[in-house]
Write a protein of this length. Structure first.
Length: 453
């Protein structure tokens, strides 16, 4: 069912659809056969695909540059909360009507977890009506006064004369008018020389976020712990979901101070390390599992200390992802594209995320059975490749406005490691406006008073 859900997510990537409905939840919770359940999962995949494409773009366009990373990272934090809450709902529902060991267990055990999804869906649908339009979207539709008012509400506490609002509006206006002069808004624009590098980078970051192996632990952590010799893995497995929620908070707080590059590079390195340790410990202390009914073919028996090492590395891996790649994989693609292609480019990047999510959902179970501990080395190698790729190609975007990204990515595609000017053009424009206002005030104070008649 999860693979089908991911498959639906591949194609729900058009920004023109933004409202989730409760229809898919009703279909799933009321399913009376497999076909109805599959249909509900596919439609749910479309809905989530749409939301996961739209939300980061919207967040990046309404947030001030100083906290843009923090605002977009809230999407990842919300995802971790959803995973945690749903896990415990499913865990509790598994005991309904005598539990899974009861051959006559009622269908409420699977209907309850799907039915409760209707509550956040309804809340989201209602609250969307109170969300302002993106000022950049309004400007792209020549609704300039509305754009200025929304910008003032978001960044200037409603003051239309706020210096920062004035400077940012000028920057947005210049960028939008330039894009209108280009008269290009087709999918072919994604392959323009100045854009395609960023398109490939956004797609790659979302792909690497899956190939790190994070969702392998999320989906199949029970099998991983069984392989480590844990006989009752459900409770230890739940701890990783709590870690995922708690350790996303530091990233939210510091992503705009530390920057995106250090998180991407450091995250890749440490996740690679923990996976290599896990694979090595299982290779040395594990043995073939002769139980034909077990989903794992390689287990560690009577090695309690080594089993604790595997568990600790699993938790540390999740903690590392939560503080690095988790938030960055949503933040970075949403902020690197110009307005005219942002929605399309982020949609492609998000589709890459769901594509690899779907591939891994199908690939990991047979990998666990066939090559067992060697699988950890494969994902560790992916993290090593991501580390090298990000080192050479991922430019630092911290503190830059969305309109400055063309300048950020103006250089060679493989020299992201070189030191760049971190000063924002917007800050210089604000300083200029303040200087002009100060000169005008000084001039007015020293101007001779008009003689009275």
């Amino acid at each position: 069912m999860w693979q089908i859900y991911n498959g639906g997510g591949l194609f729900g990537f058009d920004i023109r659809s933004g409202y989730a409905t409760t229809l898919v939840i009703i279909i799933q919770a009321a399913s009376i056969n497999v076909g109805m359940l599959i249909g509900g999962r596919i439609i749910a995949g479309f809905s989530v695909g749409m939301a996961s494409s739209i939300v980061p773009v919207y967040q990046s366009e309404i947030a001030p540059k100083e906290i843009r990373g923090r605002v977009v990272s809230l999407q990842q934090w919300a995802i971790t909360w959803g995973i945690l809450i749903q896990y415990f709902i499913q865990y509790g529902a598994s005991f309904v009507c005598g539990g899974a060991k009861n051959p006559d267990q009622c269908t409420s055990a699977f209907r309850i977890p799907w039915a409760v999804q209707i509550f956040p869906a309804v809340i989201l649908f209602v609250m969307l009506f109170f969300c302002p339009y993106s000022p950049r979207w309004l400007a792209s539709r020549d609704r300039w006064e509305e754009a200025r008012k929304v910008l003032a509400e978001l960044h200037g506490k409603g003051d239309l004369n706020n210096v920062k609002v004035a400077a940012e509006f000028i920057e947005i206006e210049e960028a939008i008018r330039f894009e209108h002069e280009q008269q290009t808004t087709s999918w072919e624009d994604l392959m323009a020389p100045k854009i395609r590098k960023r398109v490939f980078l956004g797609i790659a970051i979302q792909a690497w976020s899956q190939l790190t192996g994070m969702n392998v632990l999320m989906y199949y952590i029970v099998y991983v712990f069984q392989g480590a010799g844990i006989t009752d893995p459900l409770l230890p497995a739940s701890i990783q979901y709590v870690i995922n929620v708690l350790l996303t908070l530091p990233a939210i707080l510091f992503i705009d101070k530390v920057g995106r590059r250090p998180l991407l590079l450091g995250g890749s390195f440490f996740m690679m390390t923990f996976l290599f340790i896990t694979g090595s410990v299982q290779a040395v202390y594990g043995q073939p599992n002769n139980d034909p009914d077990s989903p794992t073919t390689w287990v560690m028996v009577n090695h309690d200390t080594q089993a604790r090492v595997v568990i600790a590395c699993s938790y540390l891996f999740v903690a590392t992802f939560a503080t690095t790649w988790g938030p960055c994989s949503w933040t970075y693609p949403a902020e690197i594209f110009p307005m005219r292609v942002r929605a399309k480019a982020v949609s492609l990047a998000t589709m890459s995320n769901w594509l690899w999510n779907c591939v891994l959902a199908f690939a990991v179970p047979p990998l666990l059975r066939s090559i067992n501990w060697k699988m950890y080395f494969i994902f560790a190698s992916f993290n090593g490749a991501a580390l090298i790729h990000m080192f050479f190609t991922a430019e630092e975007t911290k503190g830059k406005t969305l309109e400055e990204m063309d300048d950020v990515f103006a250089g060679s595609w493989w020299k992201a490691w070189q030191k760049k000017d971190t000063t924002s053009r917007l800050d210089r424009e604000i300083a200029e406006i303040k200087g002009e206002k100060a000169e005008m005030t000084e001039h007015e104070e020293h101007a001779p008073a008009n003689p009275t008649q």
